[in-house]
Design a protein around this ligand. Structure first.
Ligand code: SF4
Length: 213
């Protein structure tokens, strides 16, 4: 099982982790746009969803990094649409773990985040490669850029102490973590809050300028 990285630690460490989660979320934007364009001629596949068959055994061999596992685990602790879903995900995670070994090699398994035909973390904490991968399992230049960015964010935070493993292995490390880095807001929530704060500040500046005229 992957060892847990990056405890809550000092406030600057916590800030670094929050910033990394925001950057990770920012990397998803261009990939959603790209997916929407790719899928515009594919009926029934709106909004860049992956073909659910690709998320099941034997096709699915997706791996994620520590930072992505932290983001997903945080999403389960705070996103309203994921409320009450954790136990089912944990049960599916347990089933998936019976099919795979504790290795960072790619292995076939059914993703515990697949709920019927949809991905539970699609708009909230989607792994970068789930967005970047094409139907022929290649990656676009944009996809490759986002993967390099994800890896760099992990290196900046954890140096060489981070993993890249099957989703159930990584989630097993963080989903039940009540005290460590998985406690807090996910990247998408933090980014929205940053955007709102910037808008408020810019409105405040304009009001001040108007009053001084
Ligand atoms: S995270 Fe979502 S898209 Fe990725 S393999 Fe799991 S269900 Fe599929």
């Amino acid at each position: 099982m992957a060892r847990k990285r990056g405890g809550r630690g000092s406030s600057s460490r916590t800030d670094m982790l929050d910033e990394a989660l925001v950057s990770l979320d920012r990397s998803r934007g261009p990939l959603f746009l790209e997916k929407q364009e790719q899928n515009s001629n594919t009926p029934g596949r709106p909004d860049g969803h992956r073909d659910p068959n690709c998320c099941r055994r034997p096709q699915n061999r997706m791996r994620i990094s520590d930072l992505e596992a932290i983001d997903i685990s945080r999403a389960f602790s705070e996103k309203p649409h994921l409320k009450g879903k954790l136990n089912k995900v944990l049960a599916k995670m347990g089933q998936s773990l019976t099919f795979i070994g504790d290795t960072n090699k790619a292995q076939p398994y059914t993703c515990p985040l697949l709920d019927g035909e949809t991905c539970l973390v699609h708009r909230s904490a989607k792994p970068i490669e789930c967005l970047a991968i094409r139907d022929d399992e290649s990656f676009s230049s944009e996809g490759k850029r986002s993967i390099v960015r994800r890896d760099q964010l992990n290196k900046d935070l954890f140096a060489d102490k981070w993993d890249y493993k099957s989703i159930p292995l990584m989630l097993a490390t963080y989903l039940l973590d009540a005290e460590g880095p998985a406690l807090g807001k996910s990247g998408s929530t933090l980014r929205k809050e940053q955007q709102k704060k910037k808008r408020r500040e810019s409105t405040g500046r304009l009001d001040t300028e108007d009053r001084s005229k």
